[in-house]
Design a protein around this ligand. Structure first.
Ligand code: KG4
Ligand code: ZN
Length: 343
């Protein structure tokens, strides 16, 4: 018997999202973006909390309407409890608690990172267990082995900036709006990827230094772009105007290469031939294409979510909650947020 409908809420950063999971499938998914951060060039936590507070009820209403589900039919309320911005998480959790209390249904707390991993379980084809999972988002960049029972074994991570953060910082240096990742993606398609010689983010074991498999550092590449810009002096503005796409393509190439190479070696070492790529940066067309190509030549299968489920959304929280509920894991109404929750 399928579970009763689950209403899922996600407010960990700057997207207010709600989704309904019913009859073992996604019934609706609504994301309200927050334009307020654009003029600051990054997420302003205080503005994010206020915007969530304003958007959360209409977003939940829209998700229920789209699914054709009424609050009285909802069997459980799921919500992201971390990691993320404290003020943002508190809005989602408080609303979820109120709804669960009012409806007399269980509350299911979900880890946002686990949600990203589960985003490849929203639709078929789904990866078989065990699979390797590359999570590349604005806050995280890590490679894990997802084993039976959805246990996560970490194989490596970035030592400093996350991949998405690097995209956003380089985009900002190029005068592109926030979040810059999608703009770099679009520009890179028409740029000369050999224009700038940038340092590889790979540290080890075959990279420049470091010891762990899939050790990465993205801060150097952003610094290299900054130095290149500084050296242009008076020519800076004109050169950026002329070569914005070339810099975007050069940057995207080394980032994508480092991620693909790391995954290739992990496949080699573990013998696991199913690879999921999730998180905001998995929407990147260059990364998707390069990963698919590597899978084809090395003989591993690549699983990516629909681009709408790469970036933050509540569908991934809903599908995670369905698995947790089926396994009997619900939270008490006294559960709290954990802004630095790990996978
Ligand atoms: O997963 P996500 O929506 O939020 C976090 O959990 O962090 O990821 C957001 C990040 C941002 O840094 C954004 O610039 C990046 O994902 N991103 C992209 C693309 N779409 C979103 N980066 C590169 N190419 C894209 N198409
Ligand atoms: Zn995310």
């Amino acid at each position: 018997m399928p579970l009763p409908p689950i209403l899922a809420i996600e407010t960990s950063c700057d997207d207010t999202a709600a989704a309904v999971w019913a009859d073992d499938r996604l019934a609706s998914s609504v994301v309200a973006g927050q334009r307020v951060h654009e003029r600051f060039g990054g997420v302003v936590p205080e503005h994010a909390s206020r915007a969530h507070e304003r958007l959360i009820v209409p977003t939940i209403r829209a998700a229920l309407d789209e699914a054709g589900v009424e609050m009285g039919d909802v069997g459980a309320v799921a919500v992201t409890v971390g990691p993320g911005l404290a003020g943002s998480l508190l809005v989602g959790l408080s609303v979820a608690k109120g709804l669960a209390l009012g409806a007399g249904v269980p509350l299911i707390g979900v880890n946002h990172l686990e949600g990203h991993v589960y985003s490849v379980m929203i639709e078929a084809p789904r990866p078989p267990l065990p699979f390797l999972c590359l999570t590349v988002s604005g806050g995280h960049t890590l490679l894990t082995l997802v084993e039976e029972g959805f246990r996560h074994r970490e194989l490596g991570r970035t030592r400093d900036d996350a991949a998405g953060e690097a995209f956003d910082k380089v985009a900002k240096l190029l005068g592109l709006p926030y979040p810059g990742g999608p703009h770099v993606d679009r520009l890179a398609a028409d740029g000369d990827a050999g224009f700038l010689d940038l340092p590889s983010p790979r540290l080890g074991p075959k990279g420049r230094r470091g010891d762990a498999l899939f050790d990465l550092s993205f801060s150097g590449i952003k610094t290299a772009v900054r130095y290149w810009l500084a050296d242009l002096g008076a020519e800076r503005e004109a050169t950026v105007e002329q070569h914005r796409a070339d810099v975007a393509a050069s940057f995207q190439r080394v980032v994508v290469e480092s991620l693909v190479e790391g995954v290739r070696e992990a496949v080699d070492q573990t013998g696991v031939r199913a690879v999921a790529v999730v998180g905001g940066v998995s929407a990147n067309r260059g990364l998707r294409a390069a990963m698919a190509e590597a899978g084809e030549s090395d003989g591993f299968e690549v699983f990516v979510p629909d681009p709408a489920h790469s970036v933050d959304n509540a569908a991934m929280i809903a599908v995670t909650a369905a698995a947790k509920w089926a396994a009997g894991h619900t939270a008490g109404l006294d559960v709290g947020i954990d802004p630095s929750l790990a996978l």
